[in-house]
Design a binder for this molecule. Structure first.
Ligand SMILES: Cc1ncc(COP(=O)(O)O)c(C=O)c1O
Length: 404
């Protein structure tokens, strides 16, 4: 039977004693339980980006002639936040751009194979399919059970590797299933075979104290998710001999330089989000502390997951508990009642219904034909958000499931 709900953590407050949501500009009329999809930018970082835009438009000529130097400075700050050398990291607009950069830069011989998993993010998988089509190869998908532990997950990924494997693409923290993968162990096993690895770490920055794995190869991470940078800010880390192969998606004036300086030149593009990213990291650190974020978000997710799970169990008699191998702090799954959100399209429709009818933003995902509620937590969330979900959204989701 589903365990009784845990005790609610004390709601987070600002150093001035206000509810912490005061540091964000989120609509107060909505409950925001989906930080994981698009993030949310603290007011201080929004203000910083706005002032940078004003400077840019005060004199575009001066701004753009010196933009690459400001990008290099932003890159050094972001490297510090990620605990990596500035020489190992390039800035890109999002995880998708980082992944496409790797796909477009590597050499895929005729018939090459890309290995990934059944948890891969849809767009990342589509990119792999595109590369495979172009070279007349194929994508091999390792089928990893949701509850697989690190050792099993690593073994299942490596079992798909053949002499044709040109790249392994593996999630650091998955989107639909909110679990981690043993990326260092996979990179270690792959290096023995000489196979490069690309880690999709879209969710990792902010969530993990050291988000970049200790490995050679490639890692991409979004800074506009849990790290709260303005959107359009992501890091592409490359280490080892393959780093030199990376080419920016857009040819610009960085061409005489090597990685990562060649990525600092982006032509006439507004990259103020990159320059304001450090303001977001510093705001969280100075006002709350990143370690506090991680412990609070975990406690809140534990509470929300247990409370909402209990409500579903009481209403349906079904067991909403999900056994997730390698769970992560601020992202959690609750199994939805039978018949609900069994396809990708249905999950979008259910999410939109809950947003439109109940003013609750959340993520509904589907994996192997089972619908899940994917809960997120950030500093601006309070136990009341999850209580509102349990009171209002659970009965509606049960009603929808019965009607389906
Ligand atoms: C695991 C994963 N990879 C990649 C992405 C793509 O991120 P973006 O749209 O910022 O490029 C996401 C987005 O949610 C994701 O969850």
């Amino acid at each position: 039977m589903f365990p009784a709900p845990l005790t609610a953590p004390h709601p987070m407050t600002t150093p001035e004693g206000e509810p912490s949501i005061a540091d964000w500009s989120l609509t107060p009329s909505k409950v925001h339980l989906n930080h994981g999809s698009y993030g949310s930018v603290p007011r201080a970082a929004q203000a910083m980006q706005l002032s940078l835009k004003e400077r840019m438009d005060a004199n575009p000529c001066t701004w753009f002639m010196g933009q690459f130097e400001m990008v290099a400075e932003a890159r050094a700050g972001i490297a510090g936040f990620l605990s990596v050398s500035p020489q190992d990291v390039a800035l890109v607009h999002n995880a998708s751009a980082g992944v496409s950069t790797v796909y477009n830069s590597l050499n895929f011989p005729a018939g090459a194979e890309i290995v990934t998993t059944n948890h891969a993010y849809g767009a990342v998988l589509q990119g792999a399919e595109r590369v495979a089509r172009k070279c007349g190869g194929r994508v091999r998908i390792a089928d990893i059970p949701l509850n697989a532990d690190a050792e099993t997950a690593c073994a299942l990924v490596m079992a798909e590797v053949t002499e044709r494997t040109a790249l392994i693409v593996v999630d650091h923290i998955t989107s639909a299933t909110a679990r981690a993968f043993p990326v260092e162990a996979i990179a270690q096993a792959a290096s023995v075979l000489g196979v490069p690895v690309l880690v999709d770490g879209a969710h990792a920055p902010g969530v993990l104290e050291f988000p970049v794995p200790d490995m050679e190869g490639f890692w991409v991470g979004n800074l506009h998710k849990f790290a709260c940078a303005p959107r359009g800010t992501a890091a592409l880390v490359a280490r080892g001999p393959m780093a030199g192969k990376l080419e920016p998606l857009i040819d610009s004036w960085g061409f005489p330089h090597a990685f990562p300086e060649n990525f600092d030149h982006v032509g006439t593009q507004d990259v103020t989000s990159w320059m304001a990213a450090n303001k977001a990291f510093d705001t969280i650190q100075e006002r709350y502390g990143w370690a506090t974020f991680r412990s609070y978000a975990k406690e809140l997710c534990d509470y929300g997951q247990s409370l909402i799970g209990r409500s579903f169990a009481d209403a349906t008699g079904e067991d909403p508990h999900v056994e997730v191998g390698m769970p992560v702090g601020p992202l959690r799954l609750v199994r939805l009642p039978k018949g609900l959100a069994t396809t990708h399209e249905d999950s979008h429709a259910v999410r939109a219904h809950i947003s439109d009818q109940l003013d609750i933003e959340t993520a509904i995902t589907t994996f192997n034909g089972q619908g899940f509620l994917r809960l997120s937590a950030h500093l601006y969330n309070s136990p009341q958000d999850y209580e509102t979900f349990a009171e209002r959204a659970v009965p509606e989701l049960v009603r929808l499931a019965r009607a389906s």
